[in-house]
Write a protein that binds this ligand. Structure first.
Ligand SMILES: [Zn+2]
Length: 266
C-alpha cells in the first residue's frame, strides 16, 4: 500500500506556538495495526478515531522556534511499515518576566527541604515520563473552574525574591480558598499528596502522555489510582506551597513538554 494523498494532505502543514498542544490526525486508514510519531525524543502512540487515528503532542515552551521534524510510523496489518517525515513549524511566543516575593524558606532551602524537593522532583518526573497508550477521555477538555475564561502567567520567566527560577509551567486561575476544583477531563489520579513547592497537589493521567495538574489546594478529595470523570470535584482551591495567595495553578504536560493548558481546549 502506498501513502494516500489524503493522509499526506492532512499531515502536510503543522504549526504550533511554543508551549502549545498540537493534534495530529491520520485519516482514512482504518486497516492499520498501529500508528506512532517520534517527536521530541519520545515515541507517542496514536489511537483510533472513527476511520482514522489521532494523537496529541506537546511543544515545550522552551522549544527553539523554527522547523522541527516529526516522523510518523504507520504499521500495516501485515507488519509492513511506512514512515512519513513531517515538519512542525514552531513559532515564537513572548513570555514576560514576573518578579515575586514568597516566604524565604521557598528560596533559600534548608538541607532537609532541599532533599525533600529533590525526592519529589524524581517522583513527579516519573509521572511525566510515562505514556499511557490509550486516550482515557472521549469528550473535550474543560477548565477546572467552570466559567473561568483564562489564566495568567503561563511561560513567565520567574524571579523569586530576586533569584531567577524555572519558567512558570502552568496557568494561574483566580480562585478563593474553598472553590471547587474539577477534573479537566476523564483520567486516572496518579498523584494526590502534599508537595514542598506545589502544596496539596493532584495529578491526572489522561492517557497518550497528557497529564493535568492542580496545585496549591486547601483540600484533596481524590485518592491515587482512582478514575475520575470530567467535571468531577477533585479538591478545593487554596494557598498551600510556594504561593503569594490563594489561586489554582492548572498545568498540563504533554509527554513531559510544558504546555499552556488552555491550548487543550477546543
Ligand atoms: Zn502557578
Amino acid at each position: 500500500m502506498g501513502p494516500s494523498a489524503l493522509l499526506i494532505a492532512l499531515l502536510a502543514s503543522l504549526a504550533a506556538g511554543q508551549g502549545q498542544v498540537l493534534r495530529l490526525d491520520v485519516a482514512g486508514e482504518p486497516g492499520l495495526a498501529s500508528v506512532t510519531v517520534d517527536w521530541n525524543d519520545r515515541t507517542i502512540p496514536f489511537v483510533r478515531d472513527g476511520d482514522g487515528w489521532f494523537t496529541l503532542v506537546g511543544v515545550d515552551l522552551d522549544t527553539s522556534p523554527g522547523a522541527h521534524s516529526a516522523v510518523v510510523t504507520l504499521t500495516g496489518p501485515d507488519g509492513r511499515v511506512r514512515r512519513i517525515e513531517r515538519r512542525i513549524d514552531v513559532t515564537e511566543r513572548q513570555f514576560p518576566t514576573t518578579r515575586l516575593t514568597v516566604a524565604p524558606k521557598f528560596v533559600a532551602l534548608s538541607a532537609e527541604n532541599e532533599a525533600r524537593a529533590a525526592r519529589e522532583r524524581v517522583e513527579i518526573d516519573a509521572v511525566y515520563a510515562r505514556i499511557t497508550p490509550a486516550a482515557l477521555w472521549t469528550e473535550p477538555f474543560v477548565v477546572p473552574i467552570p466559567g473561568a475564561t483564562g489564566g495568567r502567567n503561563f511561560g513567565h520567566r520567574r524571579v523569586f525574591n530576586d533569584q531567577p527560577r524555572a519558567p512558570h509551567a502552568g496557568a494561574d486561575l483566580a480562585a478563593a480558598t474553598g472553590t471547587e476544583i474539577r477534573a479537566a477531563n476523564r483520567g486516572r489520579i496518579v498523584l494526590a499528596q502534599e508537595l514542598f513547592f506545589s502544596g496539596n497537589a493532584v495529578f491526572i493521567d489522561h492517557g497518550l502522555g497528557i497529564v493535568s495538574v492542580y496545585l496549591h489546594l486547601s483540600e484533596i478529595r481524590v485518592a491515587p489510582g482512582t478514575l475520575v470523570e470530567r467535571g468531577q470535584v477533585i479538591g478545593l482551591a487554596g494557598a498551600t506551597g510556594r504561593v503569594t495567595g490563594p489561586h489554582l495553578h492548572w498545568g498540563v504536560r504533554a509527554q513531559g513538554a510544558r504546555v499552556d493548558p488552555f491550548s487543550l481546549l477546543p
